[in-house]
Design a protein around this ligand. Structure first.
Ligand SMILES: C[S@@+](CC[C@H](N)C(=O)[O-])C[C@H]1O[C@@H](n2cnc3c(N)ncnc32)[C@H](O)[C@@H]1O
Length: 324
């Protein structure tokens, strides 16, 4: 498993990568053909194949060229924030991720999802696919909006979090998964799926076991075995402390989750878009494997966090410092 924080600075990229058929070191190309001739808006950050915009996702999507993006990963607001409490690291914490996560009622929340999902369809290439992650607060609305906008659903992935926080109320089951919908733009146009790379996947969650007789400790891969078809339930821990070295985003996704998504559904050189980029976990995985990336967020503080993460990664990959 890649733990960027644990990696000494300036090591060659191939020492950062787990041994995996597709996980070859990638040279960062200076080609920049994903940019429209007229800039959309002044980027908040621009470096080789990474572009970040501080903007409202819908407004920027409307300005982007049609049929220009290979894959979209979207982790939209869940609209689950309220005045209630949950448990984090054994402590009682308020459930409010930010004003951006407050619900405006189901109808308005649905209208929001419908609009950005429609706008994403326009910018996707005909063979493009979209991933959407969420909990029950948002995922059914997004799934319905996908169907209403003529996408063709390929999978719903259950991302099981083996280290999910306990439930303090003890009145219902402990929430320990999120759902990822994967859909393609056109029902009949083939999409990218790196099937063999998924079968050969060896970077799996290891379940710890101890022998009942001698207490000897061991571990074995959980939910996927190298050489077998990858199924739609994935076990991946929530981000470790080390992934939050530069500060934390309240809904940051683990790099391991985005690595699997990028390697399953994109090819080197593809353009990946995240309209709700947050701390840009999607962009990190895209950069690591030689894909181009555009990220959008309306919060400056999350883009600043993203930039720190990108610069650390590029330093680790040996990309020269920007001159200006
Ligand atoms: C669920 S978080 C994404 C977290 C991200 N996947 C990560 O790994 O850090 C959603 C993000 O969407 C941003 N956001 C909310 N509404 C937005 C809008 N209308 N336009 C652009 N960004 C928005 C929030 O600031 C937040 O960072």
């Amino acid at each position: 498993m890649i733990k960027t924080q644990a990696i000494p600075k300036m090591v060659p990229l191939n020492t950062l990568l787990p041994h995996h058929p597709l996980k070859e070191p990638t040279k960062i190309s200076l080609l920049d053909d994903h940019q429209p001739k007229q800039p959309l808006l002044k980027p908040y950050y621009k470096r080789e194949n990474i572009t970040l915009y501080q903007a409202d996702a819908l407004a920027l999507l409307h300005k982007m060229p049609e049929n220009s993006v290979d894959v979209i990963f979207a982790d939209p607001p869940y609209f689950l924030s309220s005045g209630t409490f949950s448990c984090q690291n054994g402590k009682r914490v308020s459930v409010k991720k930010g004003n951006w996560d407050l619900s405006n009622g189901m109808k308005e929340d649905y209208t929001f999802h419908d609009k950005w999902i429609k706008a994403c369809r326009k910018v996707l290439k005909p063979n493009g696919t979209i991933w959407i992650s969420g909990t029950y607060h948002s995922i059914y609305l997004c799934g319905f909006a996908l169907r209403m906008n003529a996408y063709h659903i390929l999978n719903d992935i259950a991302w099981f979090k083996p280290n999910a926080a306990p439930n303090l109320s003890c009145r219902f089951f402990t929430a320990s998964h999120e759902t990822l919908l994967w859909a393609r733009k056109e029902k009949k146009t083939p999409h990218t799926f790196n099937y063999k790379a998924m079968v050969a996947w060896e970077d799996n969650y290891q379940k710890k076991v101890s022998c009942n007789h001698c207490n000897k400790k061991d571990s074995h891969p959980f939910l996927h075995q190298e050489g077998k078809q990858m199924r739609s339930v994935w076990a991946i821990n929530t981000p470790s402390k080390g992934e939050k070295t530069f500060g934390k985003h309240p809904t940051q996704k683990p790099l391991a989750l985005l690595e699997r998504i990028i390697l399953a559904s994109t090819n080197p050189g593809d353009l990946v878009l995240d309209p709700f980029t947050g701390s840009s976990t999607t962009g990190l995985a895209a950069t690591l494997y030689g894909r181009k990336f555009i990220g959008i967020d309306n919060q400056k503080k999350y883009l600043d966090l993203s930039i720190k993460r990108f610069e650390q990664l590029q330093q680790q990959m040996g990309v020269p410092e920007k001159q200006s």
